[in-house]
Ligand binder design. Structure first.
Ligand code: NDP
Length: 332
């Protein structure tokens, strides 16, 4: 038996998520590696799954949790053996396959990434899918800047949704690379926190979240956007000639009410960032760079620890924008 959050949907009880005990034999699917989960996390998508606010869960009953880190206890997969330390992000885990908000998981070995030696399983989940996605965004911008001949001296970088998980890790990474980072937030009271992560300036997100002109004053050489909607449109409209925007989220909305003007008149590039189905090579590269470049003191400042039971109330909190940084879940 092991402890897990379990989501159910029945005619009588409706959509429920509860802390429960399940048996290993109850785990459905064709997983070939069993992992003793040590840490998991609450991402925005986990909030949607726990609350049922959006139909991210596609089969019932299901254990939520789009990521976890732990140690392999049994494997029929050639790449993995008992004792290996692994991290998992996405691949539909916590959506259509039983996920990481549990003490045990069984998943396909092809989905797992070896945890770099320099990261503990707790570090890995403090980073979590949000931080790994921030790294994918930053890597896309880094490749772009190299090709475009831009560097940290070329101009400012905007990070939207700065108070959230993607935003916090993006600020820490970009500032450590020497960039002047401007953090956009709806929580100006968190300005000291955002500056402690490396933001040079903090702006009110209302400056970006309302409909704006198709072309605005050129400001950013790059943007990490986890917000979407008008914020993404305005970010593109104020990106400098030849700069780039990495779009990964939809905290404001899924819409993109923009014009093509920044792309065809300023050569701005919009990179779409997906962490869920990213190929293994990209995952490994992102985790290696996180292990090397992410300041552990800043990671700790971003992170709050909760129990599996507390994860239930964290779900609605993250959707309400009340969570600062990252929530790491101690499943044991
Ligand atoms: P968080 O909830 O931790 O952060 C989102 C932040 O967005 C909030 O903290 C808030 O920051 C800001 N925000 C919330 N609501 C609004 C709003 N209405 N208008 C403007 N800003 C808002 O989530 P994560 O960092 O975990 O994820 C961020 C986004 O990225 C989500 O949409 C998530 O689904 C997506 N994502 C996508 C991935 C991918 O593979 N593409 C992977 C991981 C995440 P503040 O208070 O500072 O304004």
């Amino acid at each position: 038996m092991f402890k897990a959050l379990l989501i159910n949907k029945t005619d009588d009880a409706g959509y429920t998520c509860a802390l429960t005990e399940v048996e290993e034999s109850q785990i459905p699917g064709q997983g070939d590696v069993t992992v003793a989960v040590e840490w998991s996390t609450i991402n925005y998508k986990d909030g949607l799954a726990i609350t049922g606010k959006s139909p991210v869960v596609r089969s019932f009953p299901l254990v939520p949790g789009i990521d976890f880190a732990g140690t392999v206890t049994a494997s029929e997969h050639p790449r993995w053996k008992k004792g290996d330390r692994v991290v998992l992000n996405g691949f539909g885990v916590g959506e259509s396959h039983w996920g990481g908000l549990a003490q045990m998981a069984r998943v396909k070995g092809d989905w797992l990434v070896a945890l770099p030696d320099a990261l503990s399983t707790r570090d890995a989940m403090a980073i979590g899918t949000a931080g790994y996605t921030a790294m994918l965004c930053v890597q896309a911008l880094q490749r772009h800047w190299t090709e475009a001949g831009m560097d940290a001296g070329s101009g400012e970088v905007l990070v939207t949704g700065a108070g959230g998980g993607v935003g916090g890790v993006a600020i820490a990474l970009l500032s450590a690379m020497g960039h002047k980072v401007v953090a956009s937030t709806g929580r100006l009271e968190e300005s000291d926190y955002l500056k402690s992560l490396g933001a040079a300036e903090v702006i009110d997100r209302s400056a970006l979240s309302a409909p704006g002109k198709p072309m605005q004053k050129e400001r950013w050489i790059g943007v990490v956007d986890s917000v979407g909607s008008h914020t993404l449109a305005n970010a593109c409209a104020s990106t400098r000639y030849g700069g780039a925007v990495a779009a990964c989220g939809l905290a404001q909305g899924m819409d993109f009410p923009a014009s093509v003007a920044p792309f065809i008149l300023r050569g701005v590039t919009l990179y779409g960032i997906d962490s869920v189905m990213a190929p293994l090579a990209k995952r490994e590269s992102a985790w290696q760079q996180l292990a090397r470049d992410l300041d552990r003191g800043k990671l700790e400042a971003i992170t709050q620890e909760v129990s599996l039971a507390e994860a239930l109330t964290a779900g609605p909190a993250i959707l309400a924008g009340q969570v600062r940084g990252r929530l790491v879940v101690n499943v044991n």
